[in-house]
Design a protein around this ligand. Structure first.
Ligand SMILES: O=C(O)CCC(=O)C(=O)O
Length: 292
């Protein structure tokens, strides 16, 4: 079990960062209290109740699944908390951009899953190590509820061949699956309690199974990048400054949403979605799901 982050600075210890770079992931890292996690979950579920039937340009699930930081103030708030950013800074340095905040939710007793994949496959960012994903648990992520599984050391490989499945139960944009066999003994279950997070590298092979538990499995996933990351597939790309400065200018920046689904945020969401579709759907035989 990974010890708590250092009490004085909030940064990871040298042993923890060494472990991240050795394995391609690190967990559990406690970042917020279980009570705070329950508070974010309550805001999320209130939003779902209030906006599920609302007249939004896209289904509510699209706004939850990517770029929630554009339209949901509570998602922006959690993604920019100092306790989270202090940890992220230990991996990618003091200048931190939010690329996307995403809710990966599996309802109780459902068949939804995430096929094993490497995140960077369709991001148009090459094999950069200057991005890290934080997966923050807002409910228990256990083997029973379908927690993620990581393959230690797999971040040291290149981007491996993936095949699209477009399976409706798959939470990924194109149901992409890495074309390698991963024996069960090579998979580490990433068990997290509410308020804990895991970190993973963009090349780490990972996936997750169905939720067989009585509760929803809710993770808020934040993709953080350094300003040095560059987009090479999409014509333009966007990111939000969470900490520090961007002296490079590879991304168009934008501000925090003022309220849930304010029109400016909704328009921005669609602008980003359209721009990224070129990279995210590159080579896909069909357009389906988030980037359709
Ligand atoms: O939440 C999951 O089960 C998978 C999430 C995932 O693929 C990711 O965070 O990159």
């Amino acid at each position: 079990m990974t010890p708590a982050v250092s009490a004085d600075t909030g940064a990871l210890s040298q042993a923890q960062t060494d472990r991240y770079w050795r394995d391609g992931f690190l967990f559990p890292v406690p970042v917020i209290s279980p009570q705070e996690a329950a508070g974010y979950r309550a805001q999320l579920e209130q939003m779902e109740a209030d906006w599920r039937e609302a007249d939004l340009p896209l289904p509510l699930g699209n706004y939850m699944r990517v770029n929630a930081q554009c339209v949901m103030p509570f998602a922006h708030d959690l993604a920019t908390r100092a306790d989270v950013l202090d940890v992220v800074e230990s991996i990618i340095g003091p200048d931190i951009l939010i690329y996307s905040a995403e809710f990966f939710i599996k309802n109780a007793h459902t068949e939804q899953f995430v096929s094993i994949h490497q995140d960077l496959t369709y991001w148009g960012m090459g094999t950069t190590s200057e991005m890290v994903t934080a997966w923050i648990a807002l409910s228990p992520a256990t083997v029973e509820s379908g927690c993620m599984e990581f393959v230690a050391g797999s971040h040291k490989s290149e981007i491996l061949p993936h095949a699209d499945t477009f399976d409706d139960r798959n939470l990924l944009s194109r149901g992409q699956e890495v074309q390698v066999d991963v024996p069960a003994e090579d998979r580490t279950p990433i068990v997290l309690q509410p308020g804990q997070m895991s970190l993973h590298h963009g090349l780490t092979i990972h996936g997750s199974g169905p939720n067989r538990s009585e509760d929803r499995r809710i993770g808020m996933v934040v993709r953080y990048i350094s300003p040095r990351v560059a987009q090479s597939e999409a014509d333009t790309d966007y990111a939000m400054i969470a900490r520090g400065v961007d002296r490079i200018g590879n991304f168009t920046h934008y501000g925090a949403p003022r309220r849930l689904f304010d029109p400016r945020g909704v328009a921005l969401f669609d602008e980003i979605r359209s721009a990224r579709a070129k990279a995210m759907m590159k080579g896909a035989a069909k357009r389906k799901g988030i980037y359709a």
